[in-house]
Design a protein around this ligand. Sequence first.
Ligand SMILES: CC(=O)N[C@H]1[C@@H](OP(=O)(O)OP(=O)(O)OC[C@H]2O[C@@H](n3ccc(=O)[nH]c3=O)[C@H](O)[C@@H]2O)O[C@H](CO)[C@@H](O)[C@@H]1O
Ligand SMILES: C=C(OP(=O)(O)O)C(=O)O
Length: 431
Amino acid sequence: MGQEVRYRVRGGRPLSGTAFIQGAKNAVLPMIGAALLAAKGRTVLRNVPVIEDVYRALELAEHVGAKVAFHESERTVVIDASGLNDPERAVLPADIAARFRGSVLFVPALMHRTGRARIEGVGGCNLGSRNLDFHYRGFARLGAEVTEDLELNHINVEASKLRGGHLYLDTPSHTGTENLLMAAVLAPGTTVIEHAALEPEVIDVINFLSAMGAKISGGGTGLITVEGVEELTAVEHTIMSDRIDAGVFAMTVAATGGEVSLVGANLDHLGVARWKLEQMGVGFSQEGAVLHVQRDPSVPLRPINAVTSPFPGFATDLQSPLMALATLAEGESYIHEAIYDGRFALADELNKMGAKIEVEGTRAIVHGSTNLHGAEVIAHDLRTGAALVLAGLVAEGETIVAPGYLVDRGHAQFASRLAALGGDVERVTVS
Ligand SMILES: CC(=O)N[C@H]1[C@@H](OP(=O)(O)OP(=O)(O)OC[C@H]2O[C@@H](n3ccc(=O)[nH]c3=O)[C@H](O)[C@@H]2O)O[C@H](CO)[C@@H](O)[C@@H]1O
Ligand SMILES: C=C(OP(=O)(O)O)C(=O)O
């Protein structure tokens, strides 16, 4: 049997000090995919978070023929994609690709560099139905032939002659927008993407592609236009800071009480989450690129209503830590998960710790405040894991959160960064 990572947490200490917010997972993954579009030279990505999803993405890049080096202590990745031209290697194998959602972001580079791609699996958090129809239908509108092998459950994409086209997304899909952009940047002609995503990571990806030589306008407006170019150049880029990591740290301080400075966090990137936390009793002040967060533990948290929606709405990835926080607020909080149909697995785990949460479909009522107690709980996905660590930091006694791999997918050095703030958290490996 292999080793399992767990988070062991003991509650009761307020947090104080300085935490360094990591580079954004949801920006670096599309950028690793985009780096493979450059046929010459070396791409240098800085502020790369040392997380499992980045390791998987780099394994995938190597698998398809790129040379990669991850200098973890420098948080820098160097990618040389000049050798990526063998159609036989244009395969995203399930053993790597099914372990993270970002694997789908490799398809455009494979289409452009080898003329084809085979997708044997795409992973990511288990949040209910997570379709990829916008991606595949969009590739087809740009001239690719997309077929499904129903027996093997593989998708085959043949793309010898991509060209610009008019695309519309039914909902402003985050990776859908990035993937269609990457498919369009090297496709001759003009591509229009209507109802495109507005997330800050999408803007960061547009900035990266533009630095590589892509011609993109309208980023951040919902209507993006791309003029295809003949080639893209390898460049250096510093990844934006991770707004979800910042939100998780802010909510953890809200839960324990205390005062913490988040280095690199940007209040504007929290969108509606900022206003919701302020309503609950959290204080924010932005000082340049450092965000100060404080909460007076002697004043009870107020309950909250939140509906998840695309940026700048309340981020679905922050819904789990908000639910954990709401268990501490005095009164009933209402949460409506409007992006995913299966993102409430956390409720049962928090209830094991003494919370009183009722779930009906995509709506949850959190009856607070409750005194949480330690328990052995399951991280059903990345943010459930982070939210349970948050809960453990205010619970009486010891909480064990497993599998820790899911937390490690998206939060770098999570235990040591919380421990540096005074939290009693350890990441342990058991056989
Ligand atoms: C690697 C990455 O960046 N992951 C983020 C990205 O996921 P991801 O890009 O997968 O999320 P989307 O924005 O695409 O999904 C939003 C909704 O659209 C639906 N949909 C999406 C694509 C499609 O082809 N068909 C379809 O129906 C999904 O099922 C979901 O209900 O944005 C999510 C929403 O902010 C975040 O939770 C994830 O952390
Ligand atoms: C849902 C998430 O990630 P992914 O799309 O990579 O599964 C997340 O980051 O919370």
